[in-house]
Write a protein that binds this ligand. Structure first.
Ligand code: ZN
Length: 461
């Protein structure tokens, strides 16, 4: 009789299409059997009675060990990966940022050395910042080597590309089965307001948000969609934050264009009001795009429900409040952009989404795991609970109550943007390829246990 490595008993299995009672047996890191009641022997048995079994979270937007504005993110691949595990995420896709003059292969190599001690499985997108003919020529082999997605920035000095470059990248990616994603904000609008505010002494964190109006995101989103349409390429919009940009994506999808987009928990539950917190506190929320006026939240939730937005990722990019965010005390333009969130994604989205009746449980699994796995070439190895898939499973207690606080999190940063927010529903154990890597709020995995995921061609959904 087969001896299984792990048997998870009595849970409610959640996938993008179903919710049902079942036991799961694991062998060699893969789901081997699923049944209503499995009467098999296993080395380890976990009782998941009263809990959901969710597909391990797939977070396709993280920045670990990333240099930005003269500093480096507070989380590296070990601390960020451990925090992700504790929050129910078993796979990340991080952005390898091309340095000036680097080839794409060099870019990937430098990021792979940073990722060597990642405790969870990881893939890499390549963020192309220095495009030239040689880089264009390298894109097909990069796609074939298991790195089929690229990111281009439409804003940020030193990172941004012009429309001609974006169009060319879209075309090459399309011809070779890759996918281009964009950070869509209008560079010139932001540059204008930033300089105006600085000139007139408007230097506090809230002016970061006011210098990047929703229309600047809407415009760039519309432009990226039109460029993609022109060359008949698929397009993925990262961290969509506002209704104006959303309307462009919804209209494109209505037209049948292969346009996909993600939003992040911060845009669903936090708002511009956070920038009005006393003192320099607003710096905690300085990210791009910025948090938006509250009116934007309801349309984003409706878009998640309708399917106009397909993914909820984090854009985890942590900088300490003391010692890093501080760099911008005298001018918001010097505050490192980004906020932590790799550990809180499932809890925040479940509580405010499923808990408030805004999205279904199946949609929750789709948004946090299945859809990102499909779009970024990881499905069905990742993103679902099915026989033959990797045994990446989150045991999630829908009744567990927590107050989100820096003290219960494992992110290596001195604050959380969600401090004091109560949630109902929390991941209580995380299994990655059949091994318990987080249990009862403790990280139980090990540095370097994550594997590099060479990804297949993206799916359009
Ligand atoms: Zn980002």
């Amino acid at each position: 009789m087969t001896e299984y490595d792990l048997l998870i008993k009595g849970g409610k299995i959640v996938t993008a299409s179903e919710v049902y009672d079942g036991d799961v047996a694991v062998i060699d890191g893969k789901v081997a059997l699923i049944g209503r009641t499995l009467d098999v022997s296993a080395c380890q048995v976990i009782d998941a009675g009263g809990k959901y079994l969710l597909p391990g979270g797939v977070d396709v937007h993280t920045h670990l060990d990333m240099p930005f504005g003269g500093t480096v993110t507070a989380d590296n691949f070990f601390t960020g990966g451990a925090a992700a595990a504790c929050g129910g995420t078993t796979t990340i896709v991080d952005f390898a940022i091309q340095g000036k003059g680097q080839t794409l292969a060099q870019t990937i190599d430098s990021w792979l050395s940073k990722a060597a001690d990642c405790p969870i499985d990881y893939g890499l997108h390549v963020a192309v910042t220095d495009m030239n003919e040689a880089v264009i020529a390298e894109m097909p082999e990069t796609i074939a080597a298991g790195f089929p997605s690229f990111k281009l920035f439409m804003t940020y000095d030193g990172l941004r590309v012009n429309d001609d470059v974006l169009m060319k990248a879209l075309l090459i990616a399309k011809q070779h089965g890759g996918l281009v994603s964009v950070h869509a904000e209008n560079y010139y609008v932001i540059d204008y307001y930033t300089k105006e505010f600085q000139k007139t002494g408007k230097i506090e964190p809230k002016y970061h948000a006011l210098s990047r109006p929703p229309l600047a995101e809407g415009e760039a989103t519309a432009r990226a969609i039109r460029l993609a349409k022109l060359v008949e390429a698929p397009l993925y919009i990262v961290h969509l934050s506002c209704e104006d940009a959303l309307r462009e994506v919804a209209r494109a999808r209505e037209e049948g264009l292969p346009v996909m987009a993600e939003t992040c928990p911060q845009y669903l539950v936090l708002s511009y009001d956070n920038y009005e917190e006393p003192g320099f506190n607003g710096a905690k929320y300085v990210m791009s795009p910025p948090l938006r006026p509250k009116e934007n939240q309801a349309p984003l939730w409706q878009a998640l429900k309708r399917g106009d937005l397909q993914v909820v990722a984090t854009d985890h990019c942590s900088f300490n409040f003391k010692g890093q965010k501080d760099l911008g005390r005298e001018f918001f333009g010097k505050i490192p952009n980004g906020a932590p969130g790799i550990e809180t994604r499932l809890a925040v989205l479940y509580s405010s989404g499923v808990g408030q009746g805004r999205i279904s449980l199946q949609q929750f699994a789709a948004l946090t795991a299945t859809n990102p796995a499909k779009i970024f070439g990881l499905y069905p190895q990742k993103g679902t609970i099915a026989v033959g898939s990797d045994a990446d499973i989150v045991i999630f207690d829908p009744a567990a109550k927590r107050i989100i606080s820096k003290d219960i999190l494992h992110e290596n940063v001195d604050y959380t943007a969600y401090e004091g927010i109560p949630v109902t529903g929390y991941p209580v154990a995380t299994i990655a390829r059949g091994k318990l890597i987080a249990d009862g709020g403790k990280f139980t995995g090990a540095a370097g246990n994550g594997k590099l995921l060479k990804r297949k061609k993206p799916q359009i959904i």
